[in-house]
Design a binder for this molecule. Structure first.
Ligand SMILES: C[S@@+](CC[C@H](N)C(=O)[O-])C[C@H]1O[C@@H](n2cnc3c(N)ncnc32)[C@H](O)[C@@H]1O
Length: 323
């Protein structure tokens, strides 16, 4: 790493914040499809004229909007992902990343003094709903790539999506495999219920609200999916969860875990190690784990025949069979 790289890394949050602040103000949505002047955008976003002018110039400098003849326009990328009216908008995901700003602000304290647990705002219905929408915006992009790596046991008809969130994976699995029925269990199911109904899948994808560590999970499933859930828990909780999943599967059934997986030293991929630190501040007990850690827990819970597959450079699927 050079001195220039170091400076760029140290100041990286400033450019990130330009994007997140514009999203928080609803600026990309206010620009929409037509070119707008800075003063009308200040009015639309209830912002000061000077602040809006400088924000727009920073966005234009970063290539996030275009300035032509005194008017600001969304880019093609902005219209697709940043305008809240787009069906592929990631405005809730950017909201969540902006929320994590408070976790990073408290990080030095947390590293010094230890975890502080869930922030009280994360327990509100509004936060949970927006969190689920954010997860949906993240997962629906990754779902096709991930599902291409999931091998259903032959003749599979029953799937369990534990901590299924918005239902992004349940919906994608049900659409891909018309013969299967899915049960999604999560502490918050309002968004999933709505999306499943909208997708016309209410007859094949059921939801159950409950704590995944205590709620009934039923039994006889062919496949259980744990997507982005293991990082919410510590080792003891995960061992307990995997024993419950084992009991929910039929012998020969499969578990697929979708996660940021780390190397044995816990350092790489860097994105997973950084995410792990964020989970230390955001959750009471969560973090990222190494492939071999999770395989050891799976082995102890009665699973074998592990298969690791990469979905992206830092996200993977770990498959195992109930022996
Ligand atoms: C990071 S999200 C992942 C959602 C979804 N599986 C996906 O990949 O898009 C984690 C999910 O686990 C749920 N969750 C976390 N702890 C839980 C618990 N103890 N009981 C039930 N649900 C839980 C959260 O509500 C959230 O929907």
């Amino acid at each position: 790493m050079t001195h220039r790289d170091l400076m760029r890394l140290a100041n990286g949050y400033a450019e990130s914040k330009v994007l997140l602040v514009a999203n928080e103000l609803g600026l990309f949505t206010a620009i929409g499809e037509g070119g707008k002047r800075a003063d009308s955008l200040a009015t639309a976003c209830r912002a000061s004229r000077e602040g809006m002018d400088l924000l727009l110039k920073a966005l234009a400098g970063l290539g996030l909007v275009r300035l032509k003849a005194g008017r600001y326009w969304n880019t093609t990328l902005g219209l697709k992902y940043l305008d809240g009216r787009s069906p592929t908008a990631m405005t809730n995901l950017l909201w969540l990343l902006n929320h994590h700003w408070s976790d990073w602000t408290g990080m030095a304290r947390a590293v010094r003094l230890g975890r502080s647990g869930w922030a009280s705002v994360t327990k509100t219905a509004v936060f949970r709903r927006r969190f689920a929408l954010a997860m949906h915006e993240r997962s629906y992009v990754l779902a096709p790539l991930t599902l291409a790596r999931i091998r259903l046991p032959s003749g599979a008809t029953r799937l369990l999506d534990v901590g299924g969130g918005s239902g992004a994976y349940s919906i994608a699995l049900a659409q891909r495999h018309p013969e299967i029925r899915v049960l999604l269990v999560d502490q918050s199911v309002e968004v999933a219920r709505r999306r499943i109904t909208k997708a016309g899948l209410a007859d094949r994808v059921a939801v159950r609200q409950g704590d995944v560590l205590t709620a009934p999970l039923d039994s006889g499933f062919d496949l259980v999916l744990l997507s982005n859930l293991v990082h919410d828990f510590n080792e003891a909780e995960n061992r307990r969860l995997l024993r419950r999943v084992h009991d929910a599967l039929r012998p020969g059934g499969k578990i697929t875990i979708v996660e940021y997986f780390l190397n044995p030293a816990g350092t790489l991929p860097a994105e997973a190690a950084v995410f792990s630190l964020l989970m230390y501040a955001f959750t009471p007990t969560g973090r990222s784990y190494a492939w071999n850690d999770v395989e050891a827990w799976l082995g102890a819970a009665g699973f074998g025949r592990f298969r690791r597959r990469l979905v992206t450079d830092s996200i993977g699927t770990l498959e195992a069979v109930r022996l």
